[in-house]
Design a protein around this ligand. Sequence first.
Ligand SMILES: Nc1ncnc2c1ncn2[C@@H]1O[C@H](COP(=O)(O)OP(=O)(O)OP(=O)(O)O)[C@@H](O)[C@H]1O
Length: 306
Amino acid sequence: MNTLSVEGLSVRADSVELVREVSFDIAPGERVGLIGESGSGKSLTALSLMGLLPEGVRALGRARLGDRDLVGVPESRLKDLRGRRLSMVFQEPMTALNPLMRIGAQVAEAMTLHGTPRARARSRAIDLLERVRLPEPAQIARAYPHQLSGGQRQRVMLAIALANEPELLICDEPTTALDVTVQKQMLELIAEVAPALLFITHDLAVVASLCERVLVMYGGRVVESGPIREVFTRPRHRYTEGLLAASKLTPRGTRLPTIKGSVPGAGQFPDGCVFSNRCPHTTPACESAPALTGDGHAHACWHPAG
Ligand SMILES: Nc1ncnc2c1ncn2[C@@H]1O[C@H](COP(=O)(O)OP(=O)(O)OP(=O)(O)O)[C@@H](O)[C@H]1O
């Protein structure tokens, strides 16, 4: 087992910096939450570790799992690491599963791709379905994705992610689409099986129950990090305070709102303005945003509240 070490990771699309100088470590066995409002760069951070960034978006900086580089290496090398040394579970299993292929064959394929002989992969697939607590695993193995419930499909994705016994599991809101009871069972399972975990969510309660440490992202940066108890009881960043306040008011799973306040490097917001990184740049206030942030970074901008 190896430590994931991320140092000065940035993600760019053309000249726009979407993730800026993110650094963190995850030791073997550690469970780390990554929270932040929509658009703050959580998914791009995860995808850059997996080498799965969309076309036209590239990662810079350093990320290593043990002695293996994850950023700036050829796709052929990443293909070998992905699904073997590190795996990812996404929010929507239906888009990740092949609708025309039986479940058992899909779990087995994750292993044959990395060199496991077919017969062994087939029998291990049943063991894995059992490990993620699917009832009647042999029957599930013969089913097609549409014959399973959302919660069952997400367990299949977890089985696929675990198939080659990775050192790190990355989960990007894997339970958001599930109902509360199913969500709870899935989280317990993830906590039990993850060798080391980076867990992306909007839900502070989930982070608090699952993780030992948390990273808070805002406007593409990690603005705060530390042990859960420390960050949640003594938040140092204004945005984290906002997240905590919002979590008491908003129902589970809802998107966290933008907050009034300041953004690192940009000083205080003008009165009556909020910060948003999904702003369409239609108001006069927004047009002056690059000047306000002082670095020509038009991705994040101000706009009048309301
Ligand atoms: N292919 C792309 N090209 C340009 N910009 C992109 C691309 N993909 C994402 N972005 C932008 O990068 C920013 C960060 O996106 P990311 O998906 O990492 O956010 P997130 O924190 O995961 O949000 P959510 O919680 O909604 O999934 C967003 O402003 C998004 O619009």
